[in-house]
Design a binder for this molecule. Structure first.
Ligand code: AMP
Ligand code: ZN
Length: 113
C-alpha cells in the first residue's frame, strides 16, 4: 500500500532519489537530507503507515523490523555503537513527513533529551 502524495512512498518506489544506506524486503534506510548528528539515518517501512496512531495489529510487525534494522545499523558503526532513536508522531510532536519512520542518530555525545 502506498500513497501517491507521500514523499517516502516516492523514495521507496524510486520516483525521488535518496542516499540509500541499507534495505531489505520490508525496510528502507536513507540518509536524512538535513542531518542533526554526524550519522542521521531514517528507518522507513516499505508500507504506507502514517504514524503510530495509524498502526494496526496486522502491520505491527514493522515496528520490530525497524528495531532489528537499527540493531544491524549499530553493528556497522565504527567505534562507539551508541545510537538514539526518535519517532515523531503527529504535527505537534514535530512530524513533517506522514509516513512512519524512525530517526537513527549517532556519532556524537547526546546528553540532552
Ligand atoms: P519528521 O520531521 O520526524 O517527519 O522527519 C522527516 C525527516 O525527513 C526530516 O528530518 C527531514 O530532514 C527528512 N527529509 C525530508 N525530505 C527528505 C529527502 N528528500 N530525503 C531525505 N530526508 C528527507
Ligand atoms: Zn508513504
Amino acid at each position: 500500500m502506498s500513497s501517491h502524495d507521500c514523499l517516502f512512498c516516492k523514495i521507496i518506489s524510486g520516483d525521488i532519489s535518496a542516499t540509500v544506506v541499507d534495505q531489505n524486503d520490508d525496510i528502507l534506510v536513507i540518509k536524512d537530507i538535513h542531518p542533526k548528528a554526524p550519522i542521521h539515518y531514517l528507518i522507513i517501512p516499505k508500507i504506507h503507515i502514517k504514524n503510530i496512531q495509524d498502526l494496526q495489529e496486522e502491520n505491527s510487525r514493522y515496528i520490530a523490523k525497524m528495531m532489528l534494522m537499527a540493531k544491524k545499523l549499530s553493528q556497522k558503526l565504527s567505534g562507539d555503537q551508541s545510537f538514539r532513536l526518535i519517532m515523531n508522531n503527529g504535527a505537534q510532536a514535530g512530524q513533517s513527513v506522514f509516513h512512519m519512520h524512525c530517526h537513527f542518530l549517532s556519532g556524537k555525545v547526546m546528553n540532552d533529551f
